[in-house]
Design a protein around this ligand. Structure first.
Ligand code: CP
Length: 307
């Protein structure tokens, strides 16, 4: 059984069964990272190209480790030292990489829709590793995996996604997936950071953080995207931190045992207080560790190795 698709671009067109298959496959790979020899031969002979046009710490490293632990050959393509600086287009770059028999291209790009454009232009499988403000499907899948690994079911689960929802591809992918799985999703933030009509995606809108956190099982904090929005959407960062920053006092408004998540990178002291980020409630580093297993599962399913 496989995902029966060439590409992974969005979570809108994955079924609940597809999501369960990815999480279950990740489960089967999780223990590989704990072995002394962290390798299995599942993707031997396959080639994975990481094509990252935007900075990344977690996603790029995680895909590289995942592919290497599956014994694939991995190329990390760096736009700044490639012919992109001479004006080569995304599609031409990808077609040249494809001509060298790349099986899977993992793309991060600042433009929404870039992964879909690429997928239409190449025969290689394309995995969206974040496209502009659109989607970051593998981040949401590792978030789901982390929630599930804490023994939480999705039906009736209350999740608050807090902060700069308007600029967040992570928020969009999580809203699509969590609502599909039966969770109750709240988006919390100042009106300037909550998109109009987001309730049509099934999310409830809260402009007050304390109200939005009351009774939730999962608190998912988002990074204030200073490089994308400047200070245009809130008067000062200090005021933002006071009204929308997560403190230990505010965590107590959630259900006992609630977990605190963040996709990273975090702005300590802005959207999350340092003692919350480092607290026992925080699963931020679990998310990073689980990302490798989830991406191993995705690469395996996308490669056709299980066909
Ligand atoms: N969560 C995430 O996408 O982090 P990076 O930007 O470091 O990949």
């Amino acid at each position: 059984m496989g995902l029966k698709r060439k590409d992974l671009l969005s979570l809108t067109n994955l079924s609940a069964a597809d999501i369960a298959l990815i999480l279950d496959t990740a489960d089967s790979f999780k223990e590989v990272s704990g072995r002394e020899i962290k390798k299995v031969p599942a993707l031997r002979g396959k080639t994975v190209v990481n094509l990252f046009f935007e900075p990344s710490t977690r996603t790029r490293t995680s895909f590289e480790l995942a592919a290497k632990r599956l014994s694939a050959d991995v190329i990390n393509f760096s736009p700044s030292s490639s012919s992109v600086v001479k004006g080569e287009t995304l599609l031409d770059t990808a077609r040249n990489i494809e001509a060298m028999q790349a099986d899977i291209i993992v793309l991060r790009h600042s433009s929404a829709g870039a992964a879909e454009t690429l997928a239409r232009g190449v025969k290689s499988s394309v995995i969206n590793a974040g496209d502009g403000w659109h989607e970051h499907p593998t981040q949401a899948l590792l978030d789901l995996y982390t929630i599930r690994s804490r023994g939480m079911g999705f039906s009736g689960l209350k999740v608050a996604i807090v902060g700069d929802v308007a600029h967040s591809r992570v928020a969009r992918s999580n809203i699509f997936a969590l609502t599909k799985l039966g969770a109750e999703v709240r988006v919390v933030g100042p009106p300037t950071m909550i998109p109009l009509h987001i309730n049509q995606l099934g999310a409830q809108v809260y402009y007050n953080l304390d109200e939005g956190l009351r009774g939730v099982h999962v608190i998912m904090m988002l990074r204030l995207q200073l490089e994308r929005q400047g200070r245009a959407l809130f008067p000062t960062i200090r005021e933002y931190a006071r009204q929308y920053g997560l403190t230990n006092e505010r965590v107590k408004l959630a259900e006992p045992g609630a977990i605190v998540m963040h996709p990273g990178p975090i702005n300590r002291g802005v959207e999350i207080a340092p003692d919350v980020a480092d607290s026992l409630s925080s699963v931020i580093l679990d998310q990073v560790a689980n990302g490798v297993a989830v991406r191993m599962g995705i690469l395996y399913l996308m490669s056709g190795a299980n066909a």
